[in-house]
Design a binder for this molecule. Structure first.
Ligand code: SF4
Ligand code: SF4
Length: 670
């Protein structure tokens, strides 16, 4: 019957094989145990979160490779898919073979024969080629990138000798596997050998060989297998196993949520935030070991791309190093890099193994702030939030200036309302953002929506303080606002600021504040779809829409804003955003979930930066390149940042306008 002998011509050498195999597996397990001890130093997490979530995450992110498939990398994604599915098939083939070989120990027959054997040989022989081609592709790609880096290009994918060594080892494992198959066919030909498609072809090229050469090839292959297992925990390819563990522990924590610190925790540890790697959660520590150093996070980082010192891949690697050598995070990572982050979450969105860079960065910022390491304009912002509850330090009375002559209903007057219209610090006092605020109020009135504002009773949501790292100032503001909402029985909130929206929607529940939260474009779109308002219909190519990070990416809302411009899209429901919507709008290169940050988030709005290092300049350039004469947006922060940058990058007259204002114009006659 068609089959093959497992230890053909190896004789008693199989006992040596077992000894060496157990030795290499033992070395591997020992390293994993050491690593697990390092993870265990972290803060405990509930793990696994839920078996259902774990299965769904493993299915989507590991088996279907969701993040890799949706990456914009032209060669990186297919190459990675070849290696991954090739590796998976080799793993499956080895496991099936081991099960069949040792089945007799359990009193079961060895089923590795007949039709099953022929199908097994043909399928896995071909799938193994994926692996070999993928590894060859990776070697070539690294070599090309390495050359470009040496030629002066800024490195996204840095290459060290160990990267070539790892790929070389993988290639040896794959190649010697085929050579062994060919040697077996050459030394012991059978009529059914053609089923082993690749090995058979090699055997034809090789011709007959001696038993001695066959034995050499057998051991040569096995040596590389032993080496592979022994060094696996030290190689990047460990991320295949680590990604399964990381996804197992991943919570359903929204992208825009930062976890709070409690006073009890501070009393216990006598410390705020993360000083040493062990202060992170066990899940975060484990996720560091899942990093495959692919550089996807760095590639999309707006700070890195304008030449700042922040390199999210390097941040992950440095914290990983600190987990081993016990250095303080501020020693392992240059604090300047930590401050450069806009918390735009582009890195989190891009990371195939679900690492949450923003948590890592903000947690260490918390410690820097507590140790008095923040100075300058951002520290001034914190003092302003603390003293006036306004991020730009304006007195509470100024929050009602925009209302003059507009007859805006106020909660304190006891009016009945369905929606609290949350205006925000910028929305109340920044001249550009005030235009948006007035437009939203006007449209809500026109549509007959019952709303009210808090006026002087509004206090900063605390979002800029939290993201800069001043957690307890944030908590004070959040609790104050939750108490105000409670007093006025607020159930639904609408706001024109994606940062305020994010914190109400994803973070206030940490203080028992549960609300139905809308970005103004979402509520306006609802009113348009019910016929209570008209949408704007700009001529083709005249308007480009800039997706704010905290709306388009962090809160997955890209369709409602476009619907206000008469554009029907399904970007929210898609796994990835295509290169063009082919619609009326002039889309910039980055849009939807893959939008490009304006540089204002994470408290960066209040930090000084040189004009050539402004993410807003890069974004302004992209928007201007669309040829659109109007740039629509839905965030007061983006408006402030882009306003200055557009003037810098072009002399042309470009109109920067909030979608609410465009809708107000379309509904002027209504
Ligand atoms: S953190 Fe994620 S995206 Fe960045 S290099 Fe590591 S695996 Fe790649
Ligand atoms: S959140 Fe944005 S700015 Fe910060 S590291 Fe990630 S990509 Fe860079």
């Amino acid at each position: 019957m068609q089959t093959r002998e497992e230890f053909l011509h190896i004789g008693n050498g199989k006992y040596l094989f077992y000894v060496l195999m157990f030795l290499s597996l033992g070395i591997m397990v020992l390293q994993i145990v050491q690593r697990a001890r390092a993870w265990k130093q972290g803060k405990p997490v509930t793990w696994p979160q839920s078996f259902k979530i774990w299965v769904s995450n493993v299915w989507q992110y590991v088996l279907l490779q969701r993040k890799v498939r949706t990456s914009r990398r032209k060669s990186g994604a297919p190459m990675h898919l070849l290696i991954f599915y090739g590796f998976l098939s080799l793993f499956l083939a080895t496991s099936l073979l081991a099960m069949a070989t040792y089945a007799p120990l359990l009193g079961l027959p060895n089923w590795h024969k007949g039709g099953y054997y022929l199908a097994y040989e043909a399928i896995f022989d071909i799938l193994g080629l994926f692996f070999v081609f993928g590894v060859l592709w990776a070697l070539l790609r690294r070599w090309q990138m390495d050359k470009a880096t040496k030629g002066g290009a800024r490195a996204i994918l840095t290459t060290e000798w160990k990267d070539y060594a790892t790929l070389g080892l993988l290639l040896l494992v794959g190649f010697t596997g085929y050579w062994l198959e060919a040697a077996r066919i050459s030394v012991n030909p059978q009529s059914w050998d053609k089923a082993s498609v690749v090995g058979y072809a090699f055997a034809q090229l090789q011709g007959p060989i001696s038993v001695g050469l066959y034995q050499f090839v057998w051991w040569f292959h096995m040596v590389w297998i032993f080496v592979f297992f022994a060094v696996l925990p030290r190689m990047r390819i460990r991320h295949i196993a680590m990604a399964i563990l990381t996804t197992a522990g991943k919570t359903d924590q929204p992208m825009g949520e930062l976890k709070p610190i409690s006073m009890e925790e501070v009393e216990q540890t006598e410390q705020i935030g993360v000083k040493l790697a062990k202060d992170y959660s066990r899940w975060h520590l484990m996720s560091l070991d899942a990093c495959m150093e692919c550089g996807r996070c760095t590639e999309v980082c707006p700070a890195y791309n304008v030449g700042k010192i922040l390199n999210p891949k390097q941040v992950v690697q440095s914290i990983r190093g600190a987990m081993v050598d016990g250095r303080e995070i501020a020693e392992a990572v240059n604090p300047e890099a930590l401050w450069a982050c806009t918390t735009c979450n582009a890195c989190v969105e891009a990371c195939p193994v679900l690492i949450r860079h923003v948590d890592l960065i903000v947690d260490s910022r918390r410690n820097l702030v507590a140790e008095g390491q923040l100075s300058g304009t951002a520290a001034t912002m914190l003092r302003q939030v603390a003293s006036t509850s306004h991020a730009w330090g304006q007195p509470a009375s100024n929050r009602e200036d925009w209302m003059k002559g507009l007859d805006i209903p106020l909660c304190r007057d006891g009016v009945e309302f369905d929606y609290l219209f949350w205006v925000g610090c910028a929305g109340a006092t920044d001249p550009g953002a005030v235009k948006t605020t007035k437009a939203v109020a006007d449209l809500l009135k026109k549509a007959g929506v019952k709303f009210a504002c808090l006026g002087q009773e509004e206090a900063c949501t605390g979002d800029p303080a939290r993201r800069v790292g001043e957690e307890f100032l944030y908590q004070e503001k959040a609790m104050g606002n939750v108490a105000t909402f409670e007093r006025y029985k607020v159930k639904k909130i609408v706001t024109a600021c994606p940062h305020c929206m994010n914190t109400f929607k994803n973070e206030y529940s940490q203080f028992e504040g549960q609300y139905e939260v809308y970005h103004h474009t979402q509520l306006l779109q609802k009113l348009v779809s019910k016929g209570q308002l008209l949408s704007a219909k700009p001529p083709r190519g005249e308007v480009a829409y800039h997706d704010p990070c905290y709306l388009g990416r962090v809160n997955n809302e890209s369709d409602a804003p476009r619907a206000l411009l008469g554009e029907q899209t399904n970007l929210n429901g898609m796994l990835y955003v295509p290169d063009s919507t082919d619609g009326n709008l002039a889309e910039p290169k980055h849009f939807g979930r893959k939008t490009l940050c304006c540089g204002a988030g994470g408290g960066r709005m209040w930090m000084d930066e040189s004009p050539e290092q402004r993410p807003a300049s890069r974004r302004a350039q992209e928007l201007v390149q669309t040829g659109a004469k109007t740039i629509a947006l839905g965030c007061p922060f983006c408006r402030i940042m882009l306003d200055a940058s557009i003037k810098q990058v072009t002399d042309e007259e470009i109109r920067l306008v909030d979608l609410a204002e465009m809708l107000q114009e379309a509904n002027r006659e209504k």
